[in-house]
Write a protein that binds this ligand. Sequence first.
Ligand SMILES: Nc1ncnc2c1ncn2[C@@H]1O[C@H](COP(=O)(O)OP(=O)(O)OP(=O)(O)O)[C@@H](O)[C@H]1O
Ligand SMILES: [Mg+2]
Length: 305
Amino acid sequence: MDSVSISEVSKKYIYKGKAHLVVDEISFDIRPGEIFGLLGVNGAGKTTTIKMISGLTIPDSGTVRIFGLDPSNSKTQKLIGTILEGNRNLYWQLTALENLVYFGVLKGMSIAAARKKGAALMEEFQFDQYKDLLVQNMSRGMQQKLAIKVALMHEPKVLILDEPTLGLDVPTKDFFSRFISDIAKNMGISILLTSHDLEFVGRTSNSFGVIQNGKLVKYGKMQELNAWIDDSGYRVILADELGGDEAKQLEKFGGKVIQENHANFLVSKEHLYQFLDAVKPANIINIKSLANDLEELLLNTRLEK
Ligand SMILES: Nc1ncnc2c1ncn2[C@@H]1O[C@H](COP(=O)(O)OP(=O)(O)OP(=O)(O)O)[C@@H](O)[C@H]1O
Ligand SMILES: [Mg+2]
């Protein structure tokens, strides 16, 4: 059985008297041990989707099932661990260890079991020296690490992480990527994560989805994401506009030519050097790979083959 299964889920919000459809008939499944990375630009609908899967928001239509159960019922809640954006699952006036114990007990653990598990997690994450530090006195990265521990306290079967890499430094991000891969593989936990860090999602997840304006526009195995990324070309920006004929001539090297204050080209991978030869001696102010730029990828600026 899939651990997470959502089918044709939609959600509208009313803003200034008008209904806005922010999640539009999204369907996907996550199996035990699978890490699913959800990508999308700001406002695409990722957090809203995550909240519906966590049982924090009720969909207008469609179904969400966690091991076949409704996510909002209390039995299902014990199977889920969630971290929303911005460390909201911590109490700032409590210490690190107090937070772990408090939230463990809230999820149904005994105080003794919560203390034991809390201490073990502190050690595993090399956080022991900070166990008595108040959350309000922690750096953002430390708070994020603690939030992850809080979500793991009751040993959930489904872990939902909304932008878990926010505020993490490179070594911590590496540790975290390995850590979630390990718990997915060794404990069969299903992980749903969102991130604006394409590189992190690429190396950590086994499957991915891309949300655009509330719709799931891509969904597949990680290899497909890599193929999608590899297909991309370059954006080349010249200092000055070109004459219309000149610009038209260059269109054969790629997709669009956008002339604003600068001449802005999307150039296919195989034509890059020909293109650069053709624009000589124009002043180039920027060449950037579309593949490494999530915003570019998600705005669908990639070149069609
Ligand atoms: N409670 C709410 N009331 C009204 N509109 C909302 C509410 N929550 C979210 N929205 C709107 O729904 C849309 C999707 O928001 P959501 O938070 O799901 O995006 P997101 O993909 O998580 O973006 P980000 O990358 O910025 O976190 C946005 O336009 C947002 O303004
Ligand atoms: Mg969000």
